[in-house]
Design a protein around this ligand. Structure first.
Ligand code: HEM
Ligand code: HEM
Length: 262
């Protein structure tokens, strides 16, 4: 193995034997690669409960959107066989209510984690409306997404644009879907049932359940729009930003592609 002694690059932070070790572990690493490995650092951002919640929540929402759509626009189930011999709509509704229950318990657990988890676990639940810098960075990020800025900024947690989208579409959006969903469920479960006792008042405000159906249905399309933009942004930022994205929601670590602070 070639001994690397280029002091311009390695002095004084790395001893020669450490360079050998890094070189051996990274296989075909060049001098530039080794220098880059040393510069890159990571920050632990999303703890395990946040990551597990994220992926379970994404799965539940996918199931809820598909089954919810089919509740609103049912399959022509009478074509399959006699209605008395099948349970197609029943299975669809069962999957919807099952995923709705998991989503609701998961969201309560996520709120609990906002209190006991690290600082970043809070981010999704508030918008710093009195912080002028937030608005400046929001506009900067909007320009970056519109290809009007040349270089992106670095963020440890969510960028201001993603932050706002998560707050409005998920924190408020899911709360709205849970309240209207459980109100509809309470109607089916009957007066005096637990969902009716907890959420029956929604029916009182809306005055008829068709109105709640419509609002619950429209809420689905808002969340679908969010999910499409969110997945596009996650992949786009993984490629174009100066930091890791999708892997951050898998490992919890944010890694940076360069070592400049700003
Ligand atoms: C992101 C979350 C959710 C989405 C996207 C969603 C979507 C939908 C949609 C599109 C409908 C059809 C509305 C219509 O056109 O009549 C529906 C119905 C319904 N959803 Fe949800 N939902 C969600 C969460 C929940 C939750 C948490 C519950 C609570 C159990 C729930 C309970 C219901 C009930 C009871 C119905 C009416 C079923 C029926 O009339 O047969 N949903 N949902
Ligand atoms: C293939 C699908 C998905 C991928 C690759 C993905 C990726 C990501 C990534 C990389 C982040 C972190 C963003 C950042 O660091 O600022 C994130 C956060 C988040 N995503 Fe997704 N996501 C997916 C699906 C979804 C879906 C379907 C939803 C809900 C509709 C969702 C809701 C959220 C929320 C609420 C956060 C913030 C989490 C928190 O702060 O606790 N994601 N996602």
């Amino acid at each position: 193995m070639r001994k690397i002694t280029d002091e311009r690059i390695y002095e004084p932070r790395v001893e020669p034997h450490e360079i050998f070790e890094a070189s051996r572990l990274t296989g075909d690493a060049t001098l530039e690669d080794l220098e880059s490995i040393r510069r890159r650092t990571s920050v632990y951002v999303y703890e395990a409960p946040v990551r597990i919640w994220h992926w379970m929540n994404a799965l539940c929402i996918t199931i809820l959107c598909i089954t919810g759509y089919l509740i609103g626009a049912p399959l022509p189930s009478m074509d399959f066989s006699e209605a008395t011999n099948q349970f197609v709509m029943g299975y669809i509704r069962f999957a919807h209510f099952g995923a709705g229950t998991v989503l609701s318990i998961g969201f309560l657990a996520r709120i609990y984690w906002a209190f006991v988890g690290n600082r970043h676990a809070w981010q999704m639940f508030y918008i710093p409306i009195f912080n002028l810098r937030y608005y400046k960075e929001f506009l900067f990020e909007l320009r970056w997404y519109l290809f009007l800025e040349e270089e992106p900024k670095k963020y440890v947690g969510h960028n201001p644009l993603a932050h706002a989208a998560m707050f409005f579409f998920i924190t408020l959006g899911i709360t709205f879907m849970m309240i209207t969903g459980w109100a509809l469920y309470g109607e089916g479960a009957g007066q005096g049932s637990l969902p009716d006792t907890l959420f029956g008042w929604v029916l009182g405000i809306a005055q008829n359940s068709q109105r709640i159906h419509t609002l619950h249905h429209l809420g689905m399309w808002a969340i679908v729009v969010f999910a499409i933009i969110h997945i596009y942004a996650a992949v786009r930022e993984d490629v174009m930003s100066r930091q890791s994205m999708v892997s951050t929601m898998i490992s919890g670590f944010r890694t940076f592609k360069d070592d400049r602070i700003e």
